[in-house]
Design a binder for this molecule. Structure first.
Ligand code: PMP
Length: 336
């Protein structure tokens, strides 16, 4: 039906309901098609078909994976970015010609850049100088402005530089701060969590997600625990300093995300890059799914959990696909 399709339009520095489309569509009976923002979320939950059997997992254990690359920007971060942007547009924090500013090693930046292009606001991203060619090209295509931070300072360096720019030019920038912004985890509390509960008909027993900003785990984990306190939450920390994640390091850091509540996570799994890469290569060939490194790490952790179980329904988040990593050692072992 036409009702419930909340289109948004960026006009004169404010976001407006998309009444223009509504008026035009009323002559047609209903607006056809969807907007980019309407298509965020509601991602498919695949059941792995061959990997569980060859990995020696009980046939009473179901291994399910949520394919977040089905979001229009190609990753799980569309959810958080859209919730952050929506909130900032609603409160006016992102209006009157202020640009959205954040530190991001890639996927959040791609999501912001896509939303900026779709809704008409400027986006400035602080990224470590080490980010891959594919990501640079994607961000540039959407018209985002990039500021490079010292690659040797990684994510922490990007965060420090973003904070500094925001403090120096508060009128120019709205600092979205995905590491501290509650809209990040709320996106998953309101979206990813309910979707998983519905897609598993309430039968989910274990939830596995990588920890970057920790938004995915905090939001989805909180929602699933509230629905069923017996659900086991498994956090995954990939050991991938240069092409993967933004966020937690193995060492405790002053920059641990403010939204992170370690008491929520029941179990922590550490996955090394090589093991994740090997699994990604196997999954491409035996499941027909092209995974990014953190998706592969999540499945490595899910398999460890699955091997210990007699029965259960395990859901792992796959944050992005392998497409942005085509030039990396993930698909070119000889270059590693
Ligand atoms: N994997 C990838 C590829 C990501 O881009 C991110 C988020 N930056 C994560 C995992 C972790 O998600 P979150 O920030 O919600 O913890």
């Amino acid at each position: 039906s036409c009702a419930g399709h909340a289109g948004y339009l960026w006009q004169d520095g404010v976001v407006k309901r998309d009444e223009g489309w509504r008026a035009m569509s009323s002559s047609l009976g209903c607006r056809l098609g969807e907007t980019v923002t309407e298509r965020i979320g509601r991602t498919p939950l695949f059941c792995l078909q061959r990997l569980p059997a060859i990995s020696g997992i009980s046939d009473r254990v179901q291994l399910l994976v949520k394919a977040e690359w089905y979001n229009p920007g190609g990753s799980v971060k569309d959810r958080a970015a859209w919730r952050i942007v929506r909130e900032a547009l609603r409160t006016g924090a992102l209006g009157s010609n202020r640009r959205l500013l954040d530190a991001t090693s890639g996927n959040t930046g791609i999501a912001y850049a896509m939303l900026g292009a779709a809704l008409g606001f400027g986006v400035t991203l602080v990224v470590p100088g080490s980010i891959g060619e594919e990501r640079r090209a994607i961000l540039g295509a959407y018209g985002a402005e990039l500021i490079y931070s010292d690659p040797y300072e990684g994510t922490d360096g990007a965060i420090r530089l973003a904070r500094q720019l925001a403090a120096e030019q508060p009128d120019r920038y709205y600092y979205a701060d995905q590491y501290s912004n509650p809209a990040n985890w709320l996106a998953h509390y309101e979206g990813t969590g309910p979707e998983i509960l519905e897609q598993t008909r309430g039968q989910v027993t274990h939830f596995v997600a990588g920890l970057g900003t920790t938004g995915t785990m905090m939001g989805t984990g909180r929602f699933l625990k509230e629905a069923n306190p017996d659900v086991v939450l498994v956090g995954v920390q990939p050991d991938d300093p240069f092409h993967g994640l933004e966020g937690l390091k193995h060492l405790p850091t002053a920059l641990t995300p403010a939204i992170y509540d370690p008491s929520l996570v029941d179990r922590m799994e550490f996955v090394d890059t090589e093991e994740a890469y090997r699994l990604a290569r196997d999954v491409a060939r035996c499941e027909g799914l092209l995974l990014g490194p953190s998706a592969a790490a999540a499945i490595v952790a899910a398999l460890r959990v699955a091997r210990e179980l007699d029965q259960g329904v395990i859901v792992a988040i796959l944050p992005d696909s392998g497409l942005k990593y085509l030039s990396t050692p993930l698909w070119h072992p000889e270059r590693g």
